[in-house]
Design a protein. Structure first.
Length: 141
């Protein structure tokens, strides 16, 4: 996984880079480690209209062949911003991977095409044969 750490209007210290590796990259690699993916971490000062001094953390995860996930968090501490954003990114990545796994490994019956045709299932119909039989769409009923 390619990792890019940037600071906008602030310096990114070595301690903050180490914290990113420890709290974000290591847990993320446990369930998703693809060489073609890219994780961009941007820190910046976010001066609100009332003169607030929030540190913003913007995470962008480009997953190869999957969706791009963007997360933003702002707190007075950049470490706290990273913690909050990383938790949200982990949940979003797991949700995206689960969605793709379910779509790719949709349980299909080993039934012959003739049996599917007898039950009234079209080639693009993703219902299982059991669901069609339960709903009573078979020609035998």
């Amino acid at each position: 996984m390619k990792l890019l750490i940037q600071g906008k209007q602030m310096r990114v210290t070595d301690g903050l880079k180490d914290y990113v590796a420890e709290r974000l990259v290591a847990p993320l690699k446990r369930f998703y480690d693809d060489e073609a993916s890219e994780l961009r971490v941007e820190f910046g000062n976010n001066y609100g209209p009332k003169g607030g001094d929030d540190k913003e953390c913007h995470l962008t995860m480009r997953m190869a062949g999957l969706a791009t996930i963007q997360i933003e968090e702002a707190t007075p501490d950049p470490y706290a911003s990273l913690d909050a954003a990383s938790e949200r990114l982990m949940r979003a990545c797991r949700r995206e991977l689960e969605r793709v796994r379910l779509a790719r490994h949709r349980p299909r019956s080993a039934a012959a095409p003739a049996e599917e045709e007898a039950l009234g299932l079209e080639p693009g119909d993703y219902r299982s044969i059991a669901e069609a039989e339960e709903s009573g769409e078979s020609e035998e009923a």
